[in-house]
Design a protein around this ligand. Structure first.
Ligand SMILES: [Cu+2]
Length: 121
């Protein structure tokens, strides 16, 4: 392989790597829980692989939100915004559920609060 050709291939590989990184988005969702529910418009969140995602939670009562698959749990209460941040490295469909405090274990309350779909880039 000629040196010139090798340089071209290296240059193209670098361009591909940069454009992939540049395509990742930083996404923030503000989500208010009331009576254990969130607005219908927030019940399905779509992101892409590699995106930096931050869910900013508030709730009318203390509870725990659990992002399945990524296995992140956060205490959410009425007095402050709770950030749940992750990089969407795993693709698929991931439920977010409410864990009820004081039941002595993992208790899922009803249907998932929301779903996050992470699409391949
Ligand atoms: Cu859970």
């Amino acid at each position: 392989m000629s040196l010139t050709l090798a340089r071209w291939i290296l240059a193209l590989a670098l361009i591909a790597a940069v454009s992939t990184a540049a395509g990742a988005a930083e996404l923030t969702f503000d989500i208010r829980i009331e009576h254990g529910r969130i607005p219908d418009s927030m019940r399905l969140m779509r992101v892409h692989e590699g995106d930096s995602v931050t869910l900013r939670w508030t709730s009318d009562r203390p509870l725990v939100v659990h992002l399945h698959g990524y296995e992140i749990e956060k205490h959410v209460g009425p007095d402050a915004v709770t950030g749940l941040a992750f990089t969407a490295n795993a693709t698929g469909r991931f439920p977010i559920e409410i864990h009820v405090r004081g039941t002595g274990g993992v208790a899922h309350e009803n249907a998932p609060l929301a779903m996050i779909e992470v699409y391949p880039r």
